[in-house]
Design a protein. Structure first.
Length: 485
């Protein structure tokens, strides 16, 4: 009680408002989670590829937890896998520390060598460092630390605490563990097989929802569907756009296999999978996911055939699409025509959120209003009755600018540029790296039209695997892997 009483008032209110099960249920859940963690850690100690497979398998599964008057969809299975991975990798370190091997190795490395502090500081002044995997890792760390620091003056400490505790910190550990995995061809194909099987299953659930016109999860979407002339499927993701994002990522990966495979059998199977997933994506009515998919496919086409031809074809298709949307009748529900037709209506109210976010940025451009404060500040600044206020602007750069100001926006831009350079540099001869680069670019576009960048484990997973493959390709000296017997 004393520890809780010493916390800021907003955090105490968040803790007191959290809906928790009975103490007995909590104890049982903790025991089950601990047992699962120990079991998975044992498996990871025996099989070096177990962590990657389990992490990819756990990525989509979310469980709703009510906290602070909000329902947070937490990736609890992924948390258990990450905890097991940390434990499996920490055991050798602890054992070596106990036996004195770590201290002896440190003394051997220190004899006749340059001080490590100098080796760590000097590269920071070089541009090449920030374009390397190590520079990308440093920028990720800076982004997390900055977010934590800017939470100190946020008007919504609870939201900032949620993002740090449930997203930034566990996903950061996920990244660190994945970057040390040796992703051989077999492991990459196994990971792809796992995520494709899940996507096929989720699409099947979506088809059932669409046929029954009933959602299994997320009553908010159910209520919204009652006022629309079309039904949006979200499968088991609580959100049709997150569902669409997942399918989009899997479709880009499968398309890469289809484009670079040499066997007709793989092409036929891949085509059937893509047709099934495309039907699932269409039932979600996620326009942002479709746009991101097209960008990813364009990148694959540029690598597989010709960059100039891809640019010309993409430009022509974009022009045709723009003309079609502008001339489309109101019956197609694009939102530009008919009753209440406007750009904001066509974007489901995101136009107002963007303009409101820009106003917040203009009011406090340097440091922003603090991490996680967008919803609170949006309602407070001339939008008290705005029904469109959400936890983000649905355009990540706008959210970052409003919450973290120029400082946070600069880190965000640097992080995007570094990630793109690391993923695209030298990827031309490696289809897996091409796929990761295309997926990341598509994901960035999706975050510009929806939400969740560092709050999405997919971002950290793509970057973790991408860094591991970049190091394996020889673009940087690999990080010494922890030996797993």
């Amino acid at each position: 009680m004393t520890a809780v009483a010493s916390l800021p008032g907003s955090i105490r209110a968040w803790i007191s408002a959290t809906t928790l099960p009975s103490p007995g249920v909590i104890a049982a859940l903790l025991i089950a989670a601990l047992a699962a963690t120990l079991l998975l850690a044992t498996l990871m100690r025996r099989r070096s590829d177990a962590f990657a497979l389990l992490a990819v398998f756990a990525l989509p599964f979310r469980l709703p937890i009510s906290a602070g008057g909000r329902t947070v969809n937490l990736l609890i299975p992924l948390y258990v896998v990450v905890a097991a991975g940390v434990l499996a990798h920490a055991l050798p370190w602890l054992l070596s520390w106990r036996n004195g091997q770590r201290a002896g190795a440190a003394r051997e490395q220190g004899r006749g060598s340059t001080p490590r502090l100098i080796d760590a500081v000097v590269p920071l002044r070089r541009l090449s460092f920030w374009r390397s995997p190590r520079g990308l890792e440093c920028l990720l760390l800076i982004a997390v630390v900055l977010y934590a620091l800017q939470a100190s003056y946020s008007a919504d400490h609870g939201k900032a605490a949620e993002n740090l505790a449930f997203f930034y910190l566990p996903f950061g550990l996920l990244f660190l563990l994945l970057r040390g995995v040796r992703f051989q061809r077999r492991l990459l194909l196994e990971c792809l097989g796992v995520i494709v099987a899940e996507a096929l299953l989720f699409s099947g659930v979506g088809f059932i929802e669409y046929y029954r016109k009933t959602l299994f999860l997320n009553p908010k979407v159910v209520a919204a569907d009652q006022f629309d002339n079309y039904f949006r499927v979200n499968s088991l993701f609580f959100d049709p756009n997150i569902y669409g994002r997942f399918l989009m990522i899997v479709m880009i990966a499968v398309t890469t296999v289809v484009l670079w495979t040499r066997t007709r059998r793989d092409v036929r199977i891949g085509a059937l999978v893509l047709a099934w997933l495309l039907a699932g994506l269409v039932t979600s009515f996620s326009q942002s996911s479709i746009a991101a998919l097209l960008l990813g496919l364009a990148i694959l086409a540029a690598y597989r055939w010709d960059v100039r031809a891809t640019v010309y074809v993409s430009g022509a298709l974009l022009t045709i699409a723009a003309v079609f949307v502008a001339a489309a009748p109101a019956s197609l529900h694009f939102g530009l025509k008919g009753t209440g037709g406007s750009t904001s209506n066509a974007t489901s109210g995101r136009g107002k959120l963007i303009s409101g976010g820009l106003e917040l940025f203009a009011d406090r451009p340097l440091e922003g209003y603090g991490s996680g404060s967008f919803e609170t500040e949006y309602r407070r600044h001339q939008h008290a009755n705005g029904e469109n206020a959400t936890s983000a602007s649905h355009t990540i750069p706008i959210t970052v600018a409003a919450e973290q100001g120029i400082v946070g926006l600069a880190v965000y831009v640097a992080l995007i540029l570094a990630a793109l350079y690391v993923l695209f540099s030298g990827a031309g001869r490696s289809p897996p790296r091409i796929a990761l680069a295309a997926i990341f670019a598509a994901l960035v576009l999706h975050t510009w039209t929806y939400a969740d960048f560092l709050e999405d484990p997919m971002t950290w997973t793509i970057l973790g695997i991408g860094v591991a493959l970049a190091r394996a390709a020889g673009t940087e000296t690999p990080v010494p892997a922890v030996p797993v017997p």
